[in-house]
Ligand binder design. Structure first.
Ligand code: SME
Length: 131
């Protein structure tokens, strides 16, 4: 899924899925396409990803330089979108996409990625993914 999205959409430069460990309050990178990142574990509340783990809401960042609570993965990244992934109403993870293009993400991307996350949620086992 990560590779398909990264290959198909020009401004999706890095695509990854983080999943939550609710006991430890951490996110864990489970799958990605693009350059490897050091940020394979992110505490809830830290960065754009960590904020979405807590808010349960989509987070579209047109300009990463304008964000205080942001974890930089690459100097080329200009924008980011993070969409929470729900299974049975619980926020169990998220899809995270970085772009080297400024302000590329629209409402269409949000709707599309919500749909992708629903499809992914359907193939995740009922007892979820543990870390
Ligand atoms: N930029 C993210 C960290 C993950 S990397 O984009 C792969 C953040 O601020 O949470």
């Amino acid at each position: 899924m990560c590779e398909l999205l990264q290959r198909s959409i020009g401004y999706y430069d890095w695509v990854g899925f983080y999943f939550a460990n609710h006991q430890k309050q951490t996110l864990h990178l489970k799958a990605f396409a693009g350059e490897p990142t050091d940020h394979v574990t992110i505490p809830f509340g830290k960065g754009i990803c960590g904020q979405v783990a807590v808010s349960n809401e989509n987070f579209v960042v047109p300009d990463v330089k304008a964000q205080d609570n942001y974890i930089a993965c690459s100097m080329f990244v200009k924008a980011e979108i993070v969409i929470p992934l729900f299974k049975n109403g619980k926020n169990i993870g998220q899809i995270d996409i970085d772009s080297h293009t400024s302000d590329p993400f629209s409402h269409e991307d949000e709707k599309f990625l919500e749909w992708v996350n629903e499809a992914v949620a359907n193939i995740i086992p009922e007892d979820g993914i543990d870390f």
